[in-house]
Design a protein around this ligand. Structure first.
Ligand SMILES: Nc1nc2c(ncn2[C@@H]2O[C@H](COP(=O)(O)OP(=O)(O)O)[C@@H](O)[C@H]2O)c(=O)[nH]1
Ligand SMILES: [Mg+2]
Length: 670
C-alpha cells in the first residue's frame, strides 16, 4: 500500500461522552474517507454502526477505522468509554502504537479519563491529550488543563497549540511556537514554550548544553526533541479542539504524523519481539472479533512485523492451529475493501478462522513464539443461565460462545460446586446486551438468574458417628454397620481406615468411603461441598450373607451425617477482595453501604484524583454490586474483585440460609 514509516496506528480512549466517536468521524471526513460527517444524534457515524450503539447513542464495541492524511495512512480504533466495556479498550490498546485520550472541556477529566491514561501508560505507549467540546457553553480550556496538570504534572501535560477563545467564542487554535500571538495569551503560551524547551533539552545532552548556554534551537531540533520526549512517554502534548465545529482537528492530525511513532518503532511488552521490520516472517496479534451477518466471524489482526498476503496459510502458536486466510479486509466501521498486503501497523480483518481468538498470535512462520497475550480484567458479575424454552440449552451455549469471542470480558463457566452454568462479565448492562444479541441473532432466549453462592460446610469440634443399616424384606436382606469419628483439619479432606480385626472387611472399605464422599459433595447443612474434615472409620459389623457394597455405602453416608450434626458444623462463604474507585464525594455512601454488606474496609488511598477503597466483602453480598454502585455514584464508580478466602458465616446469617435451604428441600420432597 505504501511506505510503512508513514503509517500511524493509534487508539482513541477516554470517558464516555467526551466526543471520541465524533472526533473519529471528523477525522475520517477531513481526510476524505467518508462523503459526509455523520452525527451521534442522527445515528449515522462510521464507528457506532450497531443497532445497540445507535439506540444507546454511545459506543459499546471498538471500531476499526482508517484514512489517508496527506502522505500518511492512519489506522485507528475508536473505543467505548463506558466501564463495563473497558475490555474493548484494553484489547485495542494492546494492538496500537499510541493513544489519543479525549477529555470533555465542559466536565473536565472524569474517571473514564483516568482509566484511559492509566491503561495507556501501563502499555507503555505515547499519548496525546485532546480537550474536546471546547465550543460548548461553560467549556474552559484553562480549567480543564489545570486539573490535568494537577493529575499528571505541569512538566508532563503541555499544550502544543493554544485556543483562541473558549465556549461560544472558540474560533481557532494557534501553535505555541508561532510568532506574533495575541497579547492576552502571551503569558500562557510563553510558559508552554519554556516547559517544552526544558523537556526537549532533557532528551539530549548536547541540546541541553546549548540550551543552557542560551543558544536558540532550530525548528528541526525542536521537533525532533519533542518527538523523542513524547515517544519516551515523558511528555503529553495537549490539543484543544472541537470535533463538532471542526476546530483544531487538522493541527491534531498533523501532530499525529509528526510526533506519534512509526509502526517500526513498535513498543514491545516484556517477552515480545526484540525487533520488528517490514520484511521477514510476518506476525501479528489478534485483538478483536465480530460476528458479522454477511461475513460470519471476522477476526482483526494488527501486523506487528513482516507483511501478510491474501490467500495464504498462517500458524497460530497459541492454539497450535494452521489457518487458511483468503482476502485481507480493510475496514472502516462496517465498510470494507480489500488489501493486497498488510504491512506493520496495518489493522485488517480475515474471515472464518478455525481456532484463533483475541490475544492469540498469527504468523506466516510455524516457528514463531507467541506474543504476550491480552490481560483482561476479572469478571465482577455473574448470572446463572438457563434456556427459557426447554431443550434449547445447547443452542444457548453455542450462541453465547460466539458472543464471548467478540466480547472477551464475557465468559461462560460451569460452577463445579453449585453445578450451575454461569455467564460472567463486567456488569448487568453488558450481560443484558449479550442476552439480547442471543435472542436477535441466534433466536434463543436465555434466563438470567442470581447464581447460588458456593458455600462450604465444615465442623468446629471432633465427634463420633454411628449407623446401622438393616433391612429384612422378604428375600435377601441388607446389613452394614459403621462407626466413625471426625475431626477438623486445616484444609481439604482426609479419609483413614482405622478398623482393626476386620470388623468391616477390607473389600467393603471403598464402599464406606463412597458413602462418605457423597456427604462431602452434598453437605448436610445446605447441600454444599464439605471440607476441612478428617474422617476415620474405626469399627463396624458385617453379615456374611446380607452385607454388600450398597449397604456399606448407606451406612458410611449416614454415619458421617450423624457425626457431622454433633460436630458443631458451620457454614463457610467465599469472601472477595474488592477495590472500588469513586470520586471523593461518594466515600460516605459507599463505605456505609459496605457496612450493610458485612464488608470490612481495609484501606483507602487516592489515585489520579479518585478514591480507591479496598475492602473484603462476602461474595453473597456482591451479586448486584455492579448495578448498586452505578446508582450510588451516578455511574462514576467502578470496582474489581477477586476471591481471597473462605470465612465462617456469622450464626444469624447462617441460620437463615440453612432454614431457607431446608424449606426448599422439604418442598421438593413433597
Ligand atoms: N458541542 C459539541 N458537541 C460534541 C463535540 N464532540 C462530541 N460532541 C457531542 O457529545 C456527545 C458525545 O459524543 P460521542 O462522540 O458519542 O462521545 P464518545 O462517547 O466519547 O464517543 C454527542 O452528543 C456529540 O454530538 C464537540 O466538539 N462539540
Ligand atoms: Mg463513542
Amino acid at each position: 500500500m505504501g511506505n510503512v514509516s508513514n503509517y500511524r496506528n493509534f487508539v482513541i480512549g477516554g470517558h464516555s461522552g467526551s466526543g471520541k466517536t465524533l472526533l473519529c468521524e471528523r477525522m475520517l471526513f477531513k481526510a476524505g474517507a467518508i462523503p459526509r460527517c455523520g452525527a451521534i444524534e442522527e445515528k449515522n457515524t462510521t464507528s457506532d454502526f450497531s443497532v445497540e450503539e445507535q439506540e444507546k447513542q454511545s459506543s459499546i464495541y471498538s471500531s476499526i477505522l482508517n484514512c489517508k492524511w496527506k502522505d500518511y495512512h492512519f489506522f485507528f480504533v475508536d473505543t467505548p468509554g463506558y466501564g463495563e466495556f473497558v475490555g474493548q479498550y484494553i484489547a485495542a490498546i494492546r494492538a496500537c502504537d499510541a493513544a489519543l485520550v479525549v477529555i470533555d472541556a465542559v466536565e473536565g477529566p472524569q474517571f473514564g479519563t483516568a482509566r484511559a491514561w492509566k491503561l495507556a501508560k501501563k502499555r507503555g505507549i505515547p499519548r496525546f491529550g485532546v480537550v474536546n467540546r471546547l465550543d460548548k457553553e461553560r467549556a474552559s480550556f484553562k480549567a480543564t488543563l489545570e486539573v490535568m496538570r494537577k493529575n499528571h504534572g505541569r512538566n508532563v501535560i503541555i499544550p502544543l497549540v493554544w485556543p483562541i477563545g473558549d465556549a461560544e467564542n472558540f474560533t481557532k487554535v494557534v501553535s505555541i511556537f508561532d510568532e506574533n500571538l495575541p497579547a492576552d495569551i502571551a503569558d500562557d503560551v510563553a510558559e508552554c514554550r519554556t516547559l517544552w524547551m526544558d523537556a526537549i533539552a532533557e532528551t539530549d545532552d548536547a541540546l541541553m548544553m546549548r540550551y543552557l548556554d542560551g543558544e536558540k534551537l532550530t525548528v528541526d531540533e525542536i521537533k525532533q526533541g519533542l518527538r523523542k520526549s513524547v515517544i519516551a512517554g515523558k511528555t503529553i502534548p495537549v490539543f484543544p479542539v472541537s470535533a463538532a465545529k471542526d476546530i483544531g482537528i487538522a493541527e491534531l492530525m498533523d501532530a499525529i504524523t509528526e510526533f506519534f511513532p512509526t509502526p517500526l518503532e513498535y513498543v514491545a511488552l516484556p517477552g515480545g519481539p526484540s525487533k520488528v521490520a517490514d520484511d521477514g516472517d510476518a506476525f501479528g496479534i489478534v485483538f478483536k472479533a465480530v460476528n458479522d451477518p454477511f461475513n460470519g466471524q471476522l477476526t482483526f489482526i494488527r501486523t506487528v512485523s513482516g507483511t501478510f498476503k491474501p490467500d495464504s496459510e498462517l500458524f497460530n502458536p497459541v492454539t497450535n492451529t494452521k489457518e487458511r486466510i483468503g482476502q485481507l479486509l480493510l475496514m472502516n466501521g462496517k465498510n470494507q475493501s480489500t488489501l493486497a498486503s498488510a504491512e506493520p501497523g496495518t489493522v485488517f480483518a480475515v474471515a472464518k478462522l478455525k481456532d484463533s481468538h483475541v490475544g492469540d498470535t498469527l504468523s506466516t512462520s510455524a516457528a514463531i513464539k507467541p506474543l504476550p497475550g491480552i490481560e483482561l480484567p476479572n469478571p465482577v458479575m455473574s448470572y446463572a443461565i438457563s434456556a427459557v424454552k426447554q431443550g434449547e440449552d445447547e443452542k444457548i451455549l453455542t450462541g453465547l460462545a460466539k458472543i464471548c469471542e467478540c466480547s472477551p470480558t464475557i465468559r461462560l463457566a460451569r460452577d463445579p460446586e453449585t453445578h450451575e452454568q454461569l455467564l460472567l462479565g463486567m456488569g448487568d448492562q453488558q450481560l443484558a446486551i449479550a442476552a439480547r444479541r442471543l435472542k436477535e441473532q441466534f433466536k434463543v432466549e436465555v434466563a438470567l438468574n442470581t447464581p447460588k453462592t458456593p458455600y462450604r460446610e465444615t465442623i468446629t469440634a471432633p465427634a463420633e458417628g454411628h449407623y446401622r443399616h438393616k433391612k429384612q424384606t422378604g428375600g435377601a436382606g441388607q446389613f452394614a454397620e459403621v462407626f466413625l469419628k471426625i475431626a477438623y483439619r486445616e484444609e481439604g479432606y482426609e479419609f483413614a481406615n482405622e478398623v482393626v480385626g476386620g470388623t468391616i472387611p477390607k473389600n467393603f472399605i471403598p464402599a464406606v468411603e463412597k458413602g462418605i464422599l457423597e456427604v462431602m459433595a452434598d453437605g448436610p447443612l445446605v447441600g454444599c461441598t464439605v471440607e476441612r474434615v478428617r474422617v476415620a472409620v474405626y469399627d463396624g459389623k458385617y453379615h456374611p450373607v446380607d452385607s454388600n457394597e450398597m449397604a456399606f455405602k448407606i451406612a458410611g453416608r449416614m454415619a458421617l451425617r450423624d457425626a457431622f450434626s454433633k460436630a458443631k458444623p458451620v457454614l463457610m462463604e467465599p469472601v472477595m477482595k474488592v477495590s472500588i474507585h469513586i470520586p471523593d464525594a461518594y466515600m460516605g455512601d459507599v463505605t456505609g453501604d459496605l457496612n450493610h454488606k458485612r464488608g470490612r474496609v481495609i484501606g483507602m488511598e487516592m489515585d489520579e484524583g479518585m478514591q480507591v477503597v479496598q475492602a473484603e466483602v462476602p461474595l453473597a453480598e456482591m451479586r448486584k454490586y455492579a448495578t448498586e454502585l452505578r446508582s450510588m455514584t451516578q455511574g462514576k464508580g467502578s470496582f474489581d474483585m477477586e476471591f481471597v478466602r473462605y470465612e465462617q458465616v456469622p450464626a444469624n446469617v447462617a441460620n437463615a440460609i440453612i432454614a431457607k435451604h431446608q424449606a426448599e428441600v422439604e418442598k421438593e420432597n413433597e
